[in-house]
Design a protein around this ligand. Structure first.
Ligand code: MD6
Ligand code: FE
Length: 218
């Protein structure tokens, strides 16, 4: 057997799309070809707008650390959840959305059936082992017509995809480095969350998971 040929074929598998709702798709490994173009601008964004732990309106400190890039950034504090044009930590506008983020967002959305998606906001979440995100809806955006494109990097996570009611029993979806979750339309307001991250070390990202969610917020 020619092992070189075998390996080459294996590394050229077409992206697998898993439909997990009427308008929710997991594009397995879709972001892998983009990773080298994502990481340098991601580092630059985080230098200008460092990760910080935010407080919910209920007074809880989130286990996930957040940052943003784009014309709008999502924040939470004692006064509530909202999008702001300025980073409250630095008083400066959020860093620009890198071109490679926009390209990945548009291509993944198109692949999932949402044409002409252009993000104006990217929320960046960092999970260290033990960090989690409780079930929530994403409803702080101006209109719910645009999809959300969510990119997983680093350690694997168990994503919970619920229904339109908080009480609907969530489906568990493992998300690995390079997977992209796209959802919109009738699924746009589904409850979702992330179970506590398990210990581990990822060869590219180290002992963490980073999630980029590209949205049209304004
Ligand atoms: C996360 N993601 O995967 C958390 N929200 O770290 C989200 O809360 C999320 O992945 C809306 C759409 C996609 C998401
Ligand atoms: Fe969310």
């Amino acid at each position: 057997m020619n092992l070189d040929l075998f390996d080459e074929a294996a590394s050229r598998q077409p992206p697998r799309a898993e439909q997990i709702g009427p308008q929710t798709v997991v594009l397995r490994a879709f972001a892998l070809p983009f990773v080298d173009a994502l990481l340098p601008p991601l580092r630059a964004v985080l230098k200008a707008a460092p990760f910080r732990r935010m407080t919910t309106p209920g007074g809880q400190s989130m286990s996930v650390a957040l940052s943003n890039c784009g014309t709008l950034g999502w924040t939470t504090d004692a006064h509530g959840y909202r999008y702001t044009g300025l980073d409250p930590l630095t008083g400066q506008p959020w860093p620009d959305l890198p071109e490679s983020f926009l390209r990945l967002g548009a291509e993944a959305a198109a692949q999932a059936g949402f044409a002409d998606f252009r993000a104006d906001a990217c929320l960046i979440n960092r999970y260290v082992p033990g960090a989690r995100m409780s079930l929530h809806q994403d409803r702080d955006e101006q209109d719910f017509d645009a999809p959300i494109v969510s990119v997983s990097l680093g350690l694997p996570a168990m994503f919970q995809m619920g229904g339109l009611q908080r009480s609907d029993r969530p489906l568990r979806v493992p998300l690995l480095h390079g997977d992209v979750l796209v959802w919109g339309g009738v699924d746009r307001l589904r409850f979702h969350g992330v179970l506590p991250l398990r210990e581990g070390h990822h060869p590219v990202m180290g002992p963490q998971r980073i999630n980029l969610t590209l949205r049209k917020a304004g």
